[in-house]
Structure formats: C-alpha cells, structure tokens
Design a binder for this molecule. Sequence first.
Ligand SMILES: *[C@@H]1O[C@H](CO)[C@@H](O)[C@H](O)[C@H]1NC(C)=O
Length: 266
Amino acid sequence: MAPRCDGLSDAAMKDLMAQAEKLPISTVVFVVALQAEALPLVDKLELIQDDKPPFPIGMPWIRFYGTYRDLFINVVCPGKDSTLGVDNVGTIPASLVTCASIQGIRPDLIINAGTAGGFKAKGASVGDVFIASSVAFHDRRIPVPVFDLYGVGTRKAFTTPNLVKELSLKVGNLSTGDSMDMSPQDEELIIANDATVKDMEGAAVAHVADLFKVPTIFIKAVTDIVDGEKPTSEEYLQNLPAVTAKLTQSVSQVLDFISGKCLSDL
Ligand SMILES: *[C@@H]1O[C@H](CO)[C@@H](O)[C@H](O)[C@H]1NC(C)=O
C-alpha cells in the first residue's frame, strides 16, 4: 500500500478517522458565499473578524471566529471582487477559500450555509431550510464516457439523520452551477440530479472537502422558486433579508445540536 505524504498508510489513516469520529466536534468552518448571509450569523454568535487570517497575504477572503458553547466557530467568506466590489460568488472562489480554510484552520466539520433556489415540483417553498443529502453540478457537460460522470461530480453529503430528525429539517439533493438563471440544458441536468435546491457553490465545496476528507454538511434556505412564475433575481432580492434571518436561526439550532456531540452522533 502506498504511504501517504504524511507517512500514514491508508489503514492507519482510516483508524485515525474512526477515532476522530468518536471525539466531540471542536472546530467548525462555515463556508458562506455572501457577506449578507454571513453577517447575521457573525452577529448572533458574536464572532470577531480576524485581521490576520490564515490565508495568503492579499487575498480578499475573510474569516470571523469565536467560541459558541464548546465549539470553535469560524465563518469564512470569499470576500469581494477587487474591481467590481461585489461578493465573489460561484464555484471558483468557494473552492479556493475552502481549500485555504482546511489547510489554515483544520476543521473537524465544514458547513456550507447559504441561500438557494428551490423547486416547487420537488416540494420546496420560500423560507424552507434544507439539508442536502447529495450534491452535484449541472453546468459541467462533458459528453465523453466517464468524463460525463466526472462533470456531474455527484457526492454524498455527510449524513446527519439525528440532526435532521431532531430539528425537523427538510432533506433534498442540491445541484450547483455558476449561473443564477437556468438554461434549458441546466434544467435537464438538475432534473437528472433529482435536485430540490440549486445553488452556486455547494458541489465545489464538496469537491475540495472530499480531497481532504473533511465531513461536510450543506444547509440551504430557499429565497426563490425556480419553477415558479416570478423572475428569479427579483424574488431573490425581495426575500433575501427574511430568508437569511431564517437561515441564521436554523444554523444556530444546528450548532446547539452539534455541541458536545461526535460526528457519528449526527
Ligand atoms: C437524491 O438523488 C438520488 C439519486 O438520484 C435519489 O435516489 C434520491 O431520491 C434523491 N433524494 C431526494 C430527497 O430527492
């Protein structure tokens, strides 16, 4: 068996991970794309902004941190585009900030929290909070054998049956793409992904977390109904404040549940 770069065999690594699953969760990293989504959480948990975050100098990425109950909480955001001043949404910034955060903060658990579009045909309504059971991409079409599957990149989220039951959260599949609107081709793949919610970061966070084997859960609050009458961007902007408040409330309930528990209790 090939040793890993850290000198552990695959078997030893598995052992270590099994042991870690039995220790209480301590360090949590929230990956949050929009500062408008992050700030209510930062306020609620009384986190402070790190003026020397563990990221390469000059990066726009932002980290807030603090303790909540017995958890060491970090909220990381990809920050703003230096030219346009808007949040760095989408898969590339989300991947980069997730990678840097895993290396710099070494979380036991990643939580990708944010807003999403929902499909009423799959039972979503505005204000619903979903836990994703699996995540996949809908805008990486590579019609070549096996590359097609790579493009879709389906990954299972860390399963949290007890959390879902205790907090009565809805469960659905999440589909990720770099566009906020939905082309007919995207729609076809979203249906193939059996997705209830659609965002612009989840599957990218999952890809990076999977490389480092960090368990990851996805909490997505629905701001707009994609298969409804209203134009997505209008509905999104109108509902963002109220839905973000709902997301913050769910996230703090999730933290109350996680506190003192091991990964295997979730
Ligand atoms: C998620 O996708 C899988 C595979 O397509 C499907 O079997 C499952 O029913 C979906 N889950 C939900 C909650 O829609």
